[in-house]
Design a protein around this ligand. Structure first.
Ligand SMILES: Cc1cc2nc3c(=O)[nH]c(=O)nc-3n(C[C@H](O)[C@H](O)[C@H](O)COP(=O)(O)OP(=O)(O)OC[C@H]3O[C@@H](n4cnc5c(N)ncnc54)[C@H](O)[C@@H]3O)c2cc1C
Length: 392
């Protein structure tokens, strides 16, 4: 294989292009916008920057956040220190960083809209408004709104969330997460360098209703929309029934990032999975032990072993996390109460925020710690009654 076309230059495409070019492949990355402020929180977990240290070891502006507030109806607000800080980037800056790395590794970068990818006897013909070019193999990384309908996830109505929000010219140092009654999703306030990203994501609710919920929250929290800019985008959140048939690869192509639906269906984290899948796609393309015809199956198997099985497990839990009940109250309310009162539960949530607690072992850890957690909650409750000034 000589020439690879990477379609889309977000985190998935840019990282795949960097890896392919640095291994010496003739790599062409095509993106219609190149670095742009993609609607996104911009949050990067510890899991991501531990595995890809260049995400933290750089001079690109970013906010390093060490404290999160969680809030749910009927449970008030709980403060949680992040044992491993979360990084928050503007997406323009993050994309610029990743595209710069791809270019420095030798990838050719072209600003154009891909209108079609057509299979030919020699490989692929990639069409753009100004002409066409040939490639032996393609990485499809055109994001959640992937217009190349023959490749990448074929979305059903239950595979996506609406995500929308405002960039607000204000400064803060902490994160706010608010759960809402009856919503399979949440509101976030992420502090970025120079502004806040304030947004909401939700499944099964119209965008207008979500926007109303968000604006009500902003009004109640004193976050002004006067000079704020609105954004909206689609967020993959694959249904549990969609993972087995998810179209992550095919004859002559591998899909990475949002174009392959690789987002945590509970948290909406997609940046790590975009970069990771770009990395895994490049490993499969570069592995000469696989014939081109064997690469699609090899990629699917590698994704499964690496993280997509865990995302599938998340999809089994997602509804329960937001809409379920535990001990006669909503799960989000219990989460907030337990974070406030139980050090064990807080440690578990800290690991979830860091990305070091996977879904495969979450249930076991919860069950193992249930007695201790409930004891801590009760102790904290009674101590607060006895010593009100010391309670959380
Ligand atoms: C509101 C919102 C908040 C989010 N917050 C977070 C967060 O805080 N943390 C987190 O981890 N994840 C978050 N996500 C998810 C994250 O944004 C995505 O998972 C991530 O951007 C996926 O990267 P990607 O490279 O696959 O796709 P994208 O970043 O969407 O990149 C796709 C690229 O393809 C290009 N493209 C598309 N079509 C064409 C075409 N026809 N021709 C040429 N180029 C094309 C686009 O210009 C774009 O640059 C959020 C998502 C949303 C919507």
């Amino acid at each position: 294989m000589r020439r690879v076309a990477v379609l889309g230059g977000g985190p998935a495409g840019a990282h795949a292009a960097e890896k392919l070019a640095s291994a010496g492949l003739d790599t062409l990355l095509i993106d219609e916008k190149l670095a742009w402020e993609k609607p996104c929180g911009g949050g990067i977990t510890y899991k991501a920057y531990k595995q890809y240290p260049f995400l933290i070891e750089n001079s690109t502006p970013k906010t390093v956040v060490s404290k999160t507030y969680l809030e749910a109806p009927g449970a008030g607000r709980a403060c949680m220190d992040l044992t491993q800080p979360l990084l928050i980037y503007s997406r323009f800056e993050l994309n610029k960083l990743l595209l710069g790395r791809a270019e420095a590794a030798g990838a050719r970068i072209e600003k154009a809209r891909v209108t079609e990818m057509r299979r030919t006897s020699r490989g692929w013909e990639i069409r753009t408004p100004s002409g066409s070019l040939d490639a032996d193999f393609c990485v499809v990384a055109t994001g959640a709104r992937n217009p190349l309908r023959g490749a990448g996830t074929a979305w059903t109505a239950s595979d996506t969330m609406v995500a929308l929000g405002y960039w607000v010219p204000e400064q803060r140092s902490d994160i706010d997460i608010r759960f809402l009654k009856g919503l399979e999703g949440y509101i976030w306030v992420f502090p970025r360098p120079g502004h806040l990203s304030v947004g909401i994501c939700g499944k099964g609710e119209p965008a207008a209703q979500l926007r109303l919920r968000l604006e009500t929250y902003m009004d109640e929290s004193g976050i002004s929309r006067k000079q704020a800019r609105f954004y909206a985008h689609m967020l993959p959140a694959l249904d549990k029934n969609s993972w087995t048939s998810n179209r992550v690869s095919g004859d002559g192509w591998l899909a990475a990032g949002d174009a392959a639906g690789l987002v945590d269906p509970i948290t909406g984290e997609g940046l790590y999975y975009a970069i990771r899948s770009g990395d895994l796609a490049s490993q499969i393309i570069l592995n000469e032990a696989h014939e081109p015809s064997a690469k699609p199956a090899a990629y699917r198997a590698l994704l499964d072993r690496d993280f997509s099985r865990d995302l599938y497990l998340a999809s089994l839990l997602a509804r329960h996390v937001y809409l379920g009940k535990f001990l006669f109250d909503s799960v989000p309310a219990r989460m907030v109460q337990f974070v406030r009162r139980s050090p064990r539960f807080r440690a578990l949530m800290q690991d979830l925020f860091a990305g070091t607690q996977n879904y495969a072992t979450l249930r076991d850890r919860l069950m193992r710690n249930l007695n201790g957690t409930l004891q801590e909650v009760l102790m904290s409750f009674f101590f607060r009654r006895l010593l009100p000034e010391g309670g959380g």
